[in-house]
Design a protein around this ligand. Structure first.
Ligand SMILES: [Cu+2]
Length: 175
């Protein structure tokens, strides 16, 4: 039984490796948790193109409660922002704000063989509840096809259960 348990261990190790490399290859956030009333820098990692096709556009949706968002320009990429009304009024401590950046679109070119990061900075508002998840749905438009990282897990499921999970940010209690 020794041999089969070694084989079993090797097999489950192989499964673990391939699962984590797939997870890393998706559109994912480098920092996956933040507290209410704190600044948060969203670093969106783009691990591959669309089945080998180069990425030409990256669109990131800004969730409700992530306020005062400013995107970071990237050399070689043009950037557009979509500004709109928030779902409610937020008090930043300096001002009451009712609108802000809801979506950012970068246009350029990223080969499938290469890796890049797209960055936003902003504040997780103090009204956001701990033990919830904010989702930053992200769409990659490629020369051929799309990757739509927009799947939000249903109750009892996790991102790993989906083919194109939306990048998630866990909101945790402040220290
Ligand atoms: Cu992937």
């Amino acid at each position: 039984m020794k041999i089969s348990s070694i084989v079993g261990a090797a097999l489950s190790a192989a499964v673990l490796v391939s699962t984590s490399s797939v997870a890393f290859a998706h559109a994912t956030l480098e920092v996956k948790q933040a507290a209410p009333k704190s600044s948060y820098k969203a670093i969106m990692r783009i691990g591959h193109g669309c089945e080998g096709s180069p990425t030409l556009k990256v669109r990131i949706q800004v969730p409700e409660g992530y306020v005062n968002v400013k995107p970071m320009p990237k050399a070689g990429w043009t950037m557009e922002t979509v500004v709109g009304k928030y779902g409610k009024e937020y008090d930043t401590g300096h001002a009451r704000i009712t609108e802000g950046v809801k979506e950012v679109i970068w246009t350029g070119k990223l080969l499938d063989a290469h890796y890049d990061e797209f960055v936003l900075t902003g504040t997780i508002d103090g009204s956001v509840s701990p033990n919830t998840t904010m989702w930053l749905p992200t769409v990659q438009e490629c020369e051929k096809g799309f990757n739509r990282w927009i799947e939000i897990p249903a109750a009892g499921k996790s991102s790993g259960d989906y083919k194109e999970p939306a990048p998630g940010l866990r909101i945790v209690a402040p220290n």
